[in-house]
Design a protein around this ligand. Structure first.
Ligand SMILES: C[S@@+](CC[C@H](N)C(=O)[O-])C[C@H]1O[C@@H](n2cnc3c(N)ncnc32)[C@H](O)[C@@H]1O
Length: 274
């Protein structure tokens, strides 16, 4: 895959570079609204050592999503640049750096607490910086954004910003999430909880608006993160028979959908290889 932008380092990233990144992680940060600051405080609290993110197995979840994605999409030429947007504690970016040792892997999150912890653990192989949807400084061959956009009422505008910054945009989000904690999902700019769900045609607008050439979708299960194990499938199938017989609503498996978007930013045959 041909690399674009000047973010690709001309030498391998080494652990000793961490001090450089520490002084640069806020390089792209811009002033935030009171609501954004409220979200940031919440996220930063979640990412502190042994905080809610780790207690709820967020690290494992990020790894499982990346593995699930990898079962569907393989980048054939490993000389490419990839940015993970909404990287949390960095496990997907680390996974990609192991999987594609010749690629230039970067990762960003709005949470400076998360990015500092990412740098401590994986700063020798991934270029981490504090950023967000509106603060992507350069163009990348691939942007990977897993389980972030369902948190935003304006996911469409945020996706446009991502599509304008890469040749290939890989989005992973919950598929057809019917309810959350028993409540219907409702777009809400004052919340950072899941508020949008996604279907096969949710990103067709990118083609209609000329921001993408193609959008391919794949629906997957990520057992352990977002999906049922074989055992759970069997027990739910049996339970659903009784539910139907007694007129109760049946349980639906949690699934993920992957959108593989070839944007119109710049296209070469090498950038579409999987
Ligand atoms: C549910 S987590 C998903 C983490 C990871 N991508 C995964 O697949 O497990 C959502 C992530 O999006 C980040 N986030 C929230 N708002 C953001 C923004 N405006 N820009 C970038 N990241 C953001 C959060 O800090 C959090 O790390």
């Amino acid at each position: 895959m041909e690399s674009i932008g000047h973010h690709v380092p001309d030498r391998p990233i080494k652990r000793t570079d961490t001090h450089i990144f520490n002084s640069q992680i806020f390089k792209y940060k811009t002033p935030m609204s009171p609501t954004e600051n409220k979200f940031l405080a919440f996220l930063n609290d979640g990412f502190k050592v042994d905080g809610p993110w780790e207690q709820n197995e967020g690290r494992q979840q990020t790894s499982l999503f990346a593995s699930g994605f990898d079962r569907v999409i393989t980048f054939t030429d490993d000389h490419f640049s990839l940015l993970d947007v909404g990287c949390a504690l960095g496990q997907a970016a680390a996974f990609f750096s192991d999987r594609y040792p010749n690629a230039s892997i970067s990762a960003t999150d709005v949470s400076d607490v998360a990015i500092k912890r990412c740098l401590e653990q994986y700063g020798d192989r991934v270029n981490f910086f504090v950023g967000g949807f509106g603060h992507i400084p350069e163009s990348y061959d691939v942007i990977y954004c897993s389980n972030v956009l369902e948190h935003f009422h304006d996911f469409d505008e945020k996706t446009r910003q991502l599509a304008a910054s890469c040749k290939r945009l890989c989005i992973m989000v919950p598929y057809d999430e019917r309810s959350r904690d028993g409540k219907e999902l409702i777009p809400d700019p004052t919340s950072i909880e899941h508020q949008v769900t996604f279907f096969k045609d949710s990103y067709d607008f990118l083609v209609e608006e000329g921001l993408a050439k193609t959008v391919q979708t794949t629906i997957i299960s990520c057992p352990g993160a977002w999906g049922w194990s074989r055992r759970q499938k069997i027990t739910h199938a049996i339970d659903n028979v009784f539910r139907k017989l007694t007129g109760r609503p049946v349980a639906h498996e949690y699934l993920q959908i992957i959108y593989d978007v070839q944007t119109t930013l710049q296209h070469t045959s090498a950038s579409s290889g999987d």
